[in-house]
Write a protein that binds this ligand. Structure first.
Ligand code: GTP
Ligand code: SAM
Ligand code: SF4
Ligand code: SF4
Length: 307
């Protein structure tokens, strides 16, 4: 077995080549959102060290993986996030998904440490609904908005606002959210997300066809991303991306991410937990084969195959 992935790709049995790592770096969070899927993490308590994270990314980068998404839990709860960023090899895109409560004070140092951009979760601009969705008693919406403004100011752009669509809670707020993004001169993009039922929240599920038809009727152009073949609607000159994973065979057929849990396990799919590959104690020379093993276990979750 080659002890490095140099010159090779991580291509799964379905022909999907992994181009990005989606790494959870902690399972801890300072919010408790009613719908949270926790990146499908079955419950990591321990957290990978900076060195382990860097080793995994380096090994994947040898296979041509050039994008990293850092998530959690709430990744800004790790005080060593700047160290993590500094230790990464050169990559095309390093992004972070955050609830932004702690972003205002960290945005500058994250940018300096090599972060390219952030996605900020913001489901509503109504403080009362925000409290309800996040289970947070304090009024922290202002901190989130300040975090977004600071991220734009230091150039962690484009900032994507993640809005999980929730029936009777925020489904009528898409227009307000579009107006909010419009004040940032194209530096902030709205990303609508179909709710995945992780915490018995099926009652909050919004009809994605209706949302998509409404977007389509207003769009002057529609673009398709390589990842997941996600659609981006251009409305009044602004971009609105729609993440629509449920029962979406095209989404899974174009899934090019390998996940890593906070405690150091390679996770082939968000929705599958019985095929993880533990790399928490692996030596760097073992990582290429372990990455190949995890990728050999990747299946498109939603598939049109019926065998
Ligand atoms: N089912 C499924 N959902 C995903 C996958 N990747 C991201 N998502 C969902 O997409 C939503 C947005 O995730 P983000 O962390 O903002 O990242 P992203 O939009 O996927 O990535 P970028 O567009 O590169 O910033 C979240 O609700 C994720 O759970 C995936 O591979 N499968
Ligand atoms: C798990 S959070 C972790 C990062 C960070 N704490 C945050 O909230 O941005 C990553 C993204 O997943 C989204 N998410 C969480 N649970 C979800 C669900 N059940 N369905 C769809 N998206 C979900 C969140 O809204 C957030 O944008
Ligand atoms: S802030 Fe993120 S990780 Fe925390 S509960 Fe909400 S969605 Fe989940
Ligand atoms: S296979 Fe489908 S459900 Fe699984 S991680 Fe990829 S896109 Fe998500």
């Amino acid at each position: 077995m080659n002890s490095s992935g140099a010159g090779m790709t991580l291509t799964d049995p379905f022909g999907r080549t992994v181009r990005s790592l989606r790494m959870s770096i902690t399972n801890r969070c300072n919010l408790n959102c009613i719908y949270c899927h926790n990146e499908g993490d079955p419950g990591s308590v321990s957290e990978m060290s900076v060195k382990t994270i860097a080793n995994i990314v380096r090994a994947a980068a040898d296979f041509g993986v050039d994008r990293v998404k850092i998530s959690g839990g709430e990744p800004l709860l790790r005080k060593d996030l700047e160290d993590i960023l500094t230790m990464l090899p050169p990559l095309k895109d390093v992004s972070l998904t955050t609830n932004a409560i702690l972003l205002q004070e960290r945005a500058g140092s994250l940018k300096d440490a090599g972060l390219n951009r952030v996605n900020v979760s913001l489901d509503t601009l109504d403080p009362e609904k925000f409290r309800m969705i996040t289970n947070c008693k304090k009024n922290i919406l202002g901190k989130v908005v300040a975090g977004i403004e600071e991220a734009v100011r230091v150039g962690l752009t484009p900032v994507k606002l993640n809005m999980v669509l929730l029936k009777d809670l925020n489904e009528t707020e898409i227009e307000d959210m579009l107006s909010f993004t419009s004040q940032f001169n194209g530096n902030v993009i709205l990303q609508l997300i179909e709710l995945m039922d992780f915490k018995d929240v099926a009652d909050l599920h919004v009809n994605a066809d209706e949302v998509e038809n409404a977007l389509l009727s207003r769009a002057t152009d529609v673009k398709v991303r390589r990842m997941h073949h996600r659609k981006k609607y251009i409305i009044n000159g602004a971009e609105v991306e729609f993440v629509r994973p449920i029962d979406n065979t095209e989404f899974c057929a174009n899934c090019n991410r390998l996940r890593v849990t906070a405690d150091g396990k390679l996770k082939p799919c968000l929705l599958v937990n019985d095929n993880l590959v533990d790399v928490s104690d692996a030596d760097p020379e073992e990582l290429p084969a372990l990455l190949q093993l995890a990728v050999s276990r990747r299946l498109p979750f939603y598939t049109s195959r019926r065998d």
